[in-house]
Design a protein around this ligand. Sequence first.
Ligand code: ZN
Length: 335
Amino acid sequence: MKNKLFYKTKNKIKNKIKNKTIAILLVFILLATPVILSGCGSATSAASSTNSDGAATTVTIGYLPITHALPVFEEKELLDSENSGVKIKLQKFSTWTDLMDALDAGKIDGASVLIELAMSAKSKGIDLKAVALGHKNGNVLVASNAVKDGADLKGRTIAIPSTQSSHNILVNEALEKAGLTTGDVTIKELSPTEMPSSLASGAIDAYCVAEPFGAASVAKGYGHVLYESKDLWQDSVCCAFVLGGSFIEKNKDAADTIVKKYNEAGSKLDAATAESVAEKYLSQPSDVLQESLQWISFDDLTITREAYKDLTSRVVQYGISPNPPSYDDFVYSAN
Ligand code: ZN
């Protein structure tokens, strides 16, 4: 009897210890799970983040301070005001080279960038997708007051920001319209911010570049508009909104929200909204922005097969790239 009671009590104590051990193990597993999961958390890129409490996904977008990037600024305004589950963090760059390096290295999730630079990166194996246009038209060929007309460009020096640009295409179109070829002029690459002062000093005779650097010379009287882009190439394409391919794969819902909201932002950029957004995000005088914004359109930023075919044929024709990426490889449409 004594023995039975002894063993009963012993088993009770044993079970208590067992239950306590299970409870401690459970607490440990619960505490350790977030640490283990975050250690394996390579599903999102370095630049984007989703908080475990359901807070917003932050998407980092690179840009240069130009009117061609206005839809990105307007999209940020919309997302911030709507308290959306997706937020944009803007990252400013001074040169296209620095922006492309950051995009190639995955330091930013996407960018507003010259479409030819993105096409060239894609051809070199960089995983990029173009999701929308930056704008339509919106460029001018500005010439010094000494250059009277297109034919007068003969023997002159014309600056462009990069050979991989629609500015290069537009200069080629302007020369063709004037009965000239690239052999009749000197074309040089120059940083956009240097162009107005170079025109004023006589170091160059004309230039074509992202806005508002063309308008800056017109507003100050250094030069005049020789051609608007719409007169050289109707509905011309120039910048694109691009996202990293792996970012889209790993953040499909956030990517689709970003693309849809970007297109909505473009449709909201009427003259008054564009001017107020430009004044908020670009350090440029009002008269320069007003001059510039009359040349640009943001109403439908879809990259159509037709527009892309037109672009690639010009890219090949003017020797910008012999083998641009196909529409299906390069262009992404949100579901
Ligand atoms: Zn552009």
